[in-house]
Design a protein around this ligand. Structure first.
Ligand SMILES: C[S@@+](CC[C@H](N)C(=O)[O-])C[C@H]1O[C@@H](n2cnc3c(N)ncnc32)[C@H](O)[C@@H]1O
Length: 215
């Protein structure tokens, strides 16, 4: 249970999702068996919808893991699209490269190795959408550089912002997670009141924040 939605609601929504490709099913299975966190399927479906509705062609992702979400975004955006994705762990990059190759998306997905905090500020491109899915306690560190890389009218999508419900209620906070929770609250307050952003926090998956860059 995520503490965000009732299990029966989550299961029902998941039962409505289109059946993923064999490769995506294999990746879901691998992630589950190896305890690798990947975007939840109903959240992925929502982001796919946004990418298509906004006609996005260029996404920056922070947190690649095995390349599951990168493959979903590149597939959703279609021909000529680009996903630039950053990952700090070399074992994850090794796996991600293999999956990207098997998906035949090596021309569309560029995997950069490094600490996101160091890589993002040196990027020169501009993006239609930025998907923030790295260490939960550090979202605030990414905000200034993400804002400068995001096009006007572009979307910043931040995952896991309700962090198993702990961000919304002290009663749920595990003491060992208190720093992450405090930092996430600060991040949500910042993006919710930021003069350049319009933000909506959505109780889906582990909590998703969508922010539109106004200017
Ligand atoms: C939740 S997983 C990403 C899942 C992936 N987006 C998906 O849905 O398929 C987070 C990943 O971010 C990586 N990570 C965490 N903090 C990072 C940082 N500061 N810079 C780069 N990678 C980071 C972790 O190693 C981990 O593989």
């Amino acid at each position: 249970m995520s503490n965000i939605n009732q299990e029966y609601i989550e299961n029902y929504i998941r039962s409505l999702l289109p059946k993923p490709s064999i490769l995506i099913q294999e990746m879901e299975c691998f992630a589950r068996e190896n305890h690798i966190p990947i975007v939840q399927p109903e959240v992925a479906q929502f982001i796919v919808l946004i990418l298509q509705a906004q006609r996005c062609k260029k996404v920056l992702e922070i947190g690649t893991a095995i390349g599951y979400s990168s493959i979903l975004w590149a597939t959703a955006m279609g021909k000529g699209s680009k996903v630039v994705t950053i990952e700090r762990e070399s074992d994850m990059i090794f796996l991600a490269k293999q999956y990207v190759q098997r998906a035949q998306l090596q021309d569309n997905i560029k995997i950069l190795q490094g600490q996101g905090e160091e890589v993002v500020p040196i990027l020169k491109d501009h993006f239609d959408c930025i998907f923030l899915d790295a260490a939960k306690g550090h979202y605030m560190d990414f905000l200034p550089s993400c804002l400068s890389l995001l096009k006007t009218g572009g979307l910043l999508i931040s995952d896991n912002v309700l962090f198993r419900g702990m961000v919304a209620s002290d009663a749920l906070v595990n003491r060992r997670k208190i720093t992450i929770v405090k930092r996430m609250r600060k991040y949500l307050e910042c993006i919710s009141n930021h003069p350049q952003l319009i933000t909506s926090v959505i109780p889906i998956g582990d909590g998703l924040a969508i922010s539109l860059k106004k200017e």
